[in-house]
Ligand binder design. Structure first.
Ligand code: UTP
Length: 240
């Protein structure tokens, strides 16, 4: 009699901001520890990880804009930088993770059948790697999307003008989308809490978004594993 298949856990998607990856402070140590944890977690949960371009992408985009490149060309430059960062992590992860990161969502989803840990950068102009992460989450019916960013979560008020503004542990999709749409345009190289296209996709699919400070690795691991964590959880009615 054929043996019943063990159910495969729903994947978790992680979006790592470029500004978390490369800060100029202890980056090699951080990348080593990040990789070790992702590998360990991927023994239990399939992981799809998108990697952002951060400061490096923004510098190239600024230069290209000064030269008169179009927004699409600037987006493409940003995509190249995110792929460079994804390659750094993918190469470090080693087999079975493909060394050359996937370039499309479909390719990444296919790779997940052979490797439990898959990296990719950007895909096409018009959104950021958060948007790619949201597409992946919807395509794979992911359990959650964890955004590893350079802030502690969603603040009750703008932390640039009010440094004491507390982090909200629960945020509704309605409030979060209002925040993201007010804080962004469609220009290349923006740096905001999350991508507007990605927020809309996740809200529609009902996939929770967890926002955490990405340099705090034990806390990042808790969020990925679905354990209690410090940061914000965006969900239907703000329930944690
Ligand atoms: P990022 O994903 O790095 O955006 O893509 P970000 O918001 O600056 O994130 P951090 O700072 O890394 O956290 C960099 C730029 O590359 C282009 C966009 O112009 C984006 O702003 N891009 C990226 C795309 O056009 N499409 C993609 O799929 C990914």
């Amino acid at each position: 009699m054929p043996r019943a298949k063990t159910p495969v856990a729903a994947p978790v998607v992680v979006s790592i901001g470029g500004s978390v990856l490369l800060t100029g402070e202890d980056d090699a140590r951080y990348l080593n520890e990040l990789l070790a944890r992702l590998r360990r977690i991927s023994d239990d949960l399939p992981l799809l990880v998108t990697v952002g371009g951060g400061r490096t992408a923004r510098e190239y985009i600024r230069l290209g804009r000064a030269l008169g490149l179009t927004e699409v060309e600037l987006d493409e430059i940003g995509i190249d930088v995110t792929r460079l960062h994804a390659r750094l992590l993918a190469a470090h992860a080693g087999p079975p993770t493909p060394t050359r990161p996937a370039t499309t969502v479909a390719e990444a989803v296919a790779e997940l059948r052979h490797a439990p840990l898959v990296f990719l950068g950007g895909t096409e102009p018009g959104h950021t790697t958060d948007g790619v992460a949201a597409l992946l989450a919807v395509r794979t019916r992911a359990a959650r999307l964890v955004n590893a960013t350079d802030v502690a979560g969603v603040h009750a008020r703008d932390p640039r003008t009010d440094p004491d503004a507390p982090v909200l542990d629960r945020v509704s999709w309605t409030d979060f989308r209002d925040l993201v749409h007010a804080g962004t345009t469609t220009e290349a190289g923006q740096n905001f809490l999350f991508d507007r296209f990605g927020a809309d996709l996740l809200a529609r699919a009902g996939i929770p978004l967890l926002i955490v400070q990405g340099r705090d690795l034990p806390n990042l691991e808790n969020a990925i594993r679905g354990r209690p964590f410090r940061g914000s959880r965006v969900g239907p009615s703000g329930r944690r």
